[in-house]
Write a protein that binds this ligand. Sequence first.
Ligand code: ASP
Length: 336
Amino acid sequence: MKYIFICAGLLTAAFSSFAQSSALFAIAVHGGAGDAGNLSEVKQAIYKASVQRAIDAGYDILSKGGTAVDAVAKAVMILEDDSLFNAGKGAVFTHEGKNELDAAIMDGSNMKAGAVAGVTTVKNPVTAARAVMDKSMHVMMAGKGAEKFAEQSGCEIVEPSYFFTHHSWDALQRALKQETEKKENSKKKSMLQPDNYDEKYGTVGAVALDKNGNLAAATSTGGMSNKRFGRIGDAPVIGAGTYANDICAVSCTGWGEYFIRLVVAKSVSDRIEFKGMSLNDAANEMIMQKLPVLGGDGGMIGIDKQANITMPFNTRSMFRGYKKSTGETDAKIYKD
Ligand code: ASP
């Protein structure tokens, strides 16, 4: 009898390890929607290599049986450290010439979430968001309090000057110049309405499905160039720019105000749950129909339990890529 139990136990263990090793897993990453202009072949290759590095790092975690939440955190950290993107090093500047960073992370396996907004000294804002999720009773912290909590939680702290890059600084100078010219030429349009938002995007994000069937999403951004008055975008707003549950995981990029108003990320999940739509149809309805009707633009990446991946955007470009355990992989910038 004893041997029957031992055999049954061994069989169960063997089966669950087989199920784990054959289970689907995947990761998708974005480096922001907008208008990348006509990038040379060399520059395109550089951007794609950066996106690929983040994908590979997240994929490596998933392939070793790591969690979706660890995979998205790692992928986003890599892009935060990469000055090509508007997150962490390389973030855009506020109207006053500062870098104020937002980030969020959500674990679909338990619906836990963490977010920080307007931080100026945390090297990797996604690590602070993770600390809020794992080590506090809150979901969102902002400004000085968030920085203090991040430091106490062991996140790496840097001088605000760490985030400086010439390209983001120059983008702010161009925006300020345009604003002054516009003010001189016309009093009609509100100064707070950005009308050249091409340079204002570049957020980074990741979504993943792990071998245990759990989903997670993370997003990190400097927000929109020339933002004012402590403006906070959609990225750290759970349900708007970042969301994960047991249906799908979503990370958005684009004109944040519109993503907040439409609660875009959660709306994708709701369409799947309540309307029976596919992930791709739900994401496309939000990005290609709902968003432009209001006057917003941008894109998103999403993944579901079957490792379906969607990456719609209504801007000219979106840095993006993915890798699945089936061997399927891709990295793109422009439309097909
Ligand atoms: N969604 C971000 C924000 O509004 C900007 C971006 O995606 O680049 O803060």
